[in-house]
Write a protein of this length. Structure first.
Length: 156
């Protein structure tokens, strides 16, 4: 998906969220989901799972599966979201850390920031490592600088 189209869809998604119109969000992303676009799969699943009350268990399960499909295509934010949603990061968990590191290496700003925090605080299975923490923070900052012009849809 081209970035300009992504930005346009995210702007329209934000408007639909403000209008509390989930059907409009579905109509926006569904054509690209049907084409197998990982970004569309992630965005549709993310917005449903994060921004809706998930009253419909069947739709909630469909969106979780869509998120898994996007993660299977190495979508970095889908991997990050799944790791935080399905694997419990509150305790030392090698699978969570592996998935978080994978998401960070693939370019998820969220994962890179989280890895920076974990290395800075020592709240993971490895030792406190300020050098590694700074490296993750720098990667996140560099990526975020490139994304400054991107319009992010918000649930707030």
């Amino acid at each position: 998906m081209k970035e300009i189209l992504r930005q346009e869809l995210l702007a329209k998604t934000k408007q639909a969220l403000e209008a509390d119109d989930w059907n409009a969000i579905m109509r926006l992303w569904q054509p690209w989901v049907q084409q197998g676009d990982a970004e569309a799969e992630y965005q549709l699943a993310y917005h449903y799972l994060w921004c809706s009350p998930c009253d419909d268990d069947a739709t909630c399960e469909d969106m979780k599966e869509l998120l898994r499909i996007a993660a299977g295509k190495d979508h970095p934010d889908a991997i990050w979201f799944l790791a935080n949603r399905e694997i419990h990061p509150q305790e030392t968990n090698p699978e969570f850390e592996r998935q978080l590191r994978r998401a960070g290496q693939l370019g998820s700003v969220h994962a890179q920031h989280q890895l920076g925090v974990m290395n800075a605080t020592g709240e993971w299975s490895g030792p406190k490592d300020l050098t590694e923490s700074a490296r993750w923070y720098r990667l996140a900052a560099k990526r975020e600088t490139r994304n400054l012009n991107i319009i992010w849809a918000s649930c707030y």
